[in-house]
Design a protein around this ligand. Structure first.
Ligand code: 13P
Ligand code: ZN
Length: 263
């Protein structure tokens, strides 16, 4: 197997995977992760695999992506065998495997489509993390919890700093076939505005400057969802912190402009 050396990024995969496994969010082979990088050197060109979409913004870049069926609990011990390095061709319509794991995540179309959107809208976000946290998946089964505004307002109003860390709230994509291009395209649209996207009945997708940064946002959202379920288990349907109070907090920290207005 061709070796590659992106030590700092492999460490990000390893640490994040360890925590995903520890928290029980990536059960079995659930979840996947990727990091987008500028190609450090002219890599051997074998970028002939046709992409189902055009990704012009990431043409010529390389992506580290977890392999399909790889387990967080094993990536957390030794990341390298579980991660493949792929290069997007200069035409933005093809890609090729360069090194490492050769069997990419079934969510490759989503990862590539989202990296393309991130490069366009939020280029500092280089990392994408997808996982299956129980408290967030459970929210999707509540009648009416089927849109970004309802879920964001209800869940991120339960703790003083949650909305401060996630002023935009979460994006939401209705149920789509796992691994499908539709899931990828809808998620790519959602990440233009959101660092988080809840995949209905499936799990969460988070973006960040690093995988650890994406994990931070996931952790805050999941914590708020757990607070919600604790209250519901106690028979309380929480009204949450008053919207005026939330806006005051966002104003105090200079983040009000990131709070969505209207529906
Ligand atoms: P992969 O193992 O192919 O990445 O699939 C896991 C998953 O969670 C799909 O959504
Ligand atoms: Zn999944």
């Amino acid at each position: 197997m061709t070796k590659f050396s992106y030590a700092e990024h492999l460490a990000d995969f390893k640490t994040t995977a360890r925590w995903l496994a520890r928290r029980g969010w990536s059960e079995a082979a659930g979840g996947n992760m990727s990091i987008r990088l500028e190609a450090l050197a002219k890599l051997h060109e074998d970028d002939h695999i046709e992409l189902p979409i055009e990704v012009p913004y990431i043409a010529g870049q390389v992506i580290l992506l977890t392999g399909s069926g790889t387990r967080a609990r094993e990536i957390g011990v030794d990341a390298e065998p579980h991660i493949g390095l792929y290069k997007i061709a200069d035409d933005g319509r093809h890609y090729g495997w360069i090194a490492g794991n050769q069997n990419p995540s079934m969510e490759l179309p989503a990862h590539f489509a989202i990296h393309n959107a991130l490069e366009q809208y939020r280029p500092e976000d280089k990392a994408i993390l997808h996982t299956h946290p129980a408290s967030l998946i459970a929210l999707c089964h509540i009648p009416g919890f089927d849109n970004s505004k309802t879920i964001s307002d209800k869940i991120l109003s339960l703790q003083s700093e949650a909305r401060l860390i996630l002023p935009e709230g979460t994006g939401f994509v209705e149920h789509e076939l796992p691994g499908s291009l539709e899931l990828g395209l809808k998620s790519a649209e959602a990440v233009a505005k959101h660092h988080l996207v809840l995949w209905q009945y499936h799990g969460l997708l988070a973006t960040g400057e690093t995988l650890a940064g994406a994990f931070d946002k996931l952790e805050v959202f999941e914590k708020s969802a757990r607070v919600y379920w604790q209250l519901r288990a106690a028979g309380i349907d929480p009204a949450g912190i008053d919207e005026g109070e939330i806006k005051n907090t966002l104003t105090a920290f200079g983040r009000l402009a990131r709070y969505p207005t209207g529906i």
